[in-house]
Design a protein around this ligand. Structure first.
Ligand SMILES: C[C@@](CO)(OP(=O)(O)O)[C@H](O)COP(=O)(O)OP(=O)(O)OC[C@H]1O[C@@H](n2ccc(N)nc2=O)[C@H](O)[C@@H]1O
Ligand SMILES: Nc1ncnc2c1ncn2[C@@H]1O[C@H](COP(=O)(O)OP(=O)(O)O)[C@@H](O)[C@H]1O
Length: 360
């Protein structure tokens, strides 16, 4: 019997971008949140004289060779286990490609989890947690978060991950416009907006890094700002250290940040501190339609149907809205549909449910 694993997705509740580093990556601070919506990754493996990996998918846009994140995860897991095996991976795609939902990254973790379970059937011991995290970080900046699940703080280039207290699940509408945003290009566009002095020494081809700009909000300031917002939201009094949305939300207006004054909820406290996604600064001017989608998700003619929070996810193109009630979420989907915009309805997925519901 092969092993089938739910490969969940993520959104970025907030994302502050830092300066370009000498290694070409950017320092960032982000709060990832896993979602219920998922791909399915099926793995079948048995020890063999030499490793042979085959990968198939129902979506022709998914690479079926060593470029695939799931393939990389299988290769690295086998080599770290010191085992050669025949491995067959099948990816059933339900999530968007290049959507900013971390689908490919999650596929890597799902394949690794499935492969370890398959190998255990043949008496091969699982890898240690730190080893898994190390492998995940080698595959991509967005991969390690899927070894934690729930609300996850990401720092470094996003690969250094820490579990955060979870929010109670909320309804999430993800708009899926027919636009693919290239992640490296979005980072380059961010750099182009900033003076070369904002980069770390050695960053940028053939440029000499000068002293940091003296005016404005430097990228390093932005990282600290988001860290402070997260810490402040976590400091709010909670009963058990577990985030809950809290009952009896105050009457809302159309304006997001001011809508929830007086409501004692860490998620809302976080929103009030003004968390945002820095990528919006470069992605919305380039694709104004995505900014329009955020406005559609955020506001409604009926204040009780306004989003708790709406934002671009990662570098896009997915834009999401979080809602207190199913009817508010459904109304947001209907507003999108009126304009011909495809969307999906899901829930945020806390850590415990993430692991409990992973195996099919
Ligand atoms: C932007 C984010 C936010 O969550 O998500 P997506 O929008 O892709 O989902 C991630 O940082 C994406 O992570 P991931 O997709 O794993 O990126 P990687 O494979 O590590 O890197 C792809 C490329 O993006 C750029 N990159 C990525 C991460 C980072 N901190 N700095 C960068 O400059 C680099 O040019 C790198 O070569
Ligand atoms: N398992 C995978 N599923 C989807 N795309 C993959 C996978 N492995 C590698 N890729 C490549 O990675 C690119 C972006 O992957 P994806 O995870 O869908 O985007 P994002 O990080 O924006 O959510 C795709 O264009 C695809 O060529």
């Amino acid at each position: 019997m092969p092993t089938t694993v739910r490969s969940f997705s993520k959104i970025n509740l907030g994302l502050a971008l830092g300066p370009a580093r000498a290694d070409g990556f950017h320092g960032l601070t982000t709060l990832y949140q896993t979602l219920e919506t998922h791909d399915l990754v099926t793995v079948e493996a048995r020890p063999a004289a030499a490793t042979r990996i085959t990968l198939t998918s129902d979506d022709r846009r998914v690479p079926t060779d060593a470029r695939n994140t799931a393939w990389k995860a299988a290769e690295l897991t086998l080599s770290a286990s010191g085992v050669a095996a025949d491995v067959a991976i099948h990816i059933e795609k339900r999530l968007p490609i290049q959507g900013g939902m971390g689908a490919g990254s999650a596929n890597a973790v799902a394949a690794a989890v499935g492969l370890e379970i398959e190998l255990q059937k043949h008496g091969i011991s699982p890898l240690s947690g730190p080893k898994r995290l190390e492998i995940a970080a080698r595959i991509g900046s967005d991969v390690p978060l899927f070894l934690i699940g729930g609300a996850v703080l990401g720092v470094g280039r996003g690969e250094e991950v820490y579990p955060m207290p979870d929010f109670a699940p909320v309804h999430c509408v993800v708009a899926l416009p027919e636009i693919g945003v290239s992640t490296p290009q979005a980072f380059r566009d961010w750099d182009a907006l900033r003076p070369a002095g904002d980069r770390e020494p050695g960053a940028g081809k053939g440029e000499t890094a000068s002293a940091p700009a003296l005016t404005g909000d430097s990228p390093s300031d932005r990282l600290e700002e988001l860290s402070r917002s997260l810490a402040a939201a976590l400091c709010e009094p909670h009963s058990s250290g577990v985030f809950t949305l809290g009952g009896g939300l105050a009457v809302k207006s159309g304006s997001l940040a001011n809508s929830f004054a007086g409501v004692n909820s860490p998620l809302l406290a976080l929103v009030r501190t003004g968390i945002e996604n820095d990528f919006e600064e470069v992605v919305f001017p380039k694709y104004p339609f995505l900014g329009e989608i955020k406005r559609i998700l955020a506001a409604s003619d009926f204040p009780e149907q306004a989003a708790l929070y709406a934002s671009l996810s990662g570098s896009g193109s997915a834009v999401f809205g979080l809602y207190e009630t199913a009817s508010a979420a459904e109304a947001a989907m209907a507003r999108l549909e009126e304009r011909g915009i495809r969307s999906l309805l899901t829930n945020t997925l806390p850590r415990e449910s993430y692991w409990r519901s992973m195996m099919v």
